[in-house]
Design a protein around this ligand. Structure first.
Ligand SMILES: [Zn+2]
Length: 291
C-alpha cells in the first residue's frame, strides 16, 4: 500500500502532506507497461493527485487532472478520491526515454512545456470547480506549484520523485506538498524553506523509510505536529454496469456495424486496461434492441 501522512509545521502556519507512492507507480507500470520516462511522469502526477484528492473534504468528492504539455507522452489524466486512491493514464505509455543533462530521466522532454493543465474538482455542488494554468516546466512538480499559486492563490511547495530501476520497475516514489496558510509569518516561511529546499531528491530520500518516518526526519526540526495518515492505492473501480452505460449510449446502427466488423464489441478501460466484450445478443440485451 501507499501511505499519506499529514501534519502542520512552524506553529501550525504551514501544512505538509507526504506521500510514499511506490506501490501506486508499480501498479500503473503493470497495467500499461509504461516506458521509464512515462512511469516517471505519470508516477509524479499520480502522487500529487493522490495528495490533492486526500485534501478534499467529503467521502464522495473526487478530482480529475488533465495535463497536456504538447510533448510525445500526449495527454496525461489522473483521477483521485478523497481517500487518496488514484488512477490515471497517458496517451503514449511507450514514449521514448531520454536522459537529461543531470543524468535523470528527461520528464520535461516527454511531457512538453507548451500547453495547459486543468483540474476539475467534484465536491457535491451543482457545478464542479474548474481551475486551469499553463505548463511552466514540464517536470510536473513545478507545474502543480504554479497551478496552486495562480489558480487557487495558495503559495506552496511541491516536490515529486519517481526512481525507475533498469528492469523498468519503480524502486521508490514519493512526494511532499507544503501549503502556506494565510496567516503564516515571513519568519515561518523562511524557516520552512530552509528544510524544504533540500528535499528535491524526494524519491532517493524516501527510499528506505515510510511517509511518516520521512515527515519526522525532515520536519521535526520545524515543530511537526501530526494530523492524520492513511493508506491508499492505485484503484480502478470499473465494472460491467459502468461499461454497460457506454454501450447503451451507442445508436443501433453503430452497434450493428461494430458487430458486423469484429463479431463483438470490445471496450477497454482506460484506467486499468481491462477488456469488456459483448456479443450481439449481449449488446442487444443491454441496449434493449430487438432483432
Ligand atoms: Zn478499469
Amino acid at each position: 500500500m501507499a501511505q499519506i501522512f499529514k501534519g502542520l509545521v512552524c506553529d501550525g502556519e504551514i501544512a505538509v502532506t507526504v506521500i510514499k507512492s511506490t506501490d501506486i507507480v508499480n501498479k500503473a507500470i503493470e497495467y500499461f507497461n509504461l516506458s521509464p520516462v512515462a512511469a516517471a511522469a505519470l508516477g509524479r502526477m499520480l502522487s500529487i493527485s493522490s495528495i490533492m484528492g486526500y485534501e478534499l473534504k467529503h467521502d464522495d468528492d473526487y478530482l480529475t487532472v488533465v495535463l497536456n504539455g504538447g510533448g510525445d507522452i500526449g495527454v496525461m489524466t489522473a483521477t483521485a478520491s478523497s481517500n487518496g486512491n488514484v488512477k490515471g493514464y497517458v496517451t503514449n505509455p511507450l514514449v521514448e526515454s531520454f536522459i537529461n543533462e543531470k543524468g535523470k530521466l528527461d520528464v520535461k522532454r516527454a511531457v512538453g512545456t507548451n500547453g495547459k493543465m486543468t483540474i476539475i474538482k467534484n465536491m457535491g455542488l451543482k457545478d464542479p470547480y474548474v481551475g486551469t494554468s499553463e505548463i511552466v516546466s514540464g517536470e510536473i512538480a513545478e507545474d502543480f506549484a504554479n497551478y496552486f499559486a495562480r489558480s487557487e492563490q495558495t503559495p506552496c511547495g511541491v516536490s515529486l520523485g519517481v526512481k525507475i530501476s533498469p528492469d523498468g520497475s519503480c524502486v521508490s516514489a514519493g512526494g511532499v506538498f507544503a501549503s502556506v496558510l494565510p496567516f503564516a509569518s515571513d519568519e515561518s516561511i523562511s524557516a520552512f524553506e530552509k528544510v524544504f529546499s533540500p528535499l528535491s531528491n524526494v524519491s532517493t530520500l524516501m527510499a528506505d523509510i515510510s511517509a511518516e518516518e520521512f515527515a519526522h526526519k525532515y520536519f521535526d526540526q520545524v515543530g511537526l505536529k501530526p494530523i492524520d495518515k492513511t493508506e491508499c492505492a492505485y484503484v480502478c473501480d470499473c465494472n460491467k454496469e459502468k461499461i454497460d452505460k457506454v454501450i447503451i449510449s451507442l445508436p443501433k446502427a453503430d452497434v450493428d456495424e461494430l458487430i458486423e466488423l469484429d463479431g463483438q464489441i470490445e471496450v477497454v478501460c482506460q484506467f486499468c486496461n481491462k477488456k469488456y466484450t459483448y456479443n450481439k445478443q449481449q449488446a442487444y440485451e443491454v441496449c434493449g434492441f430487438k432483432e
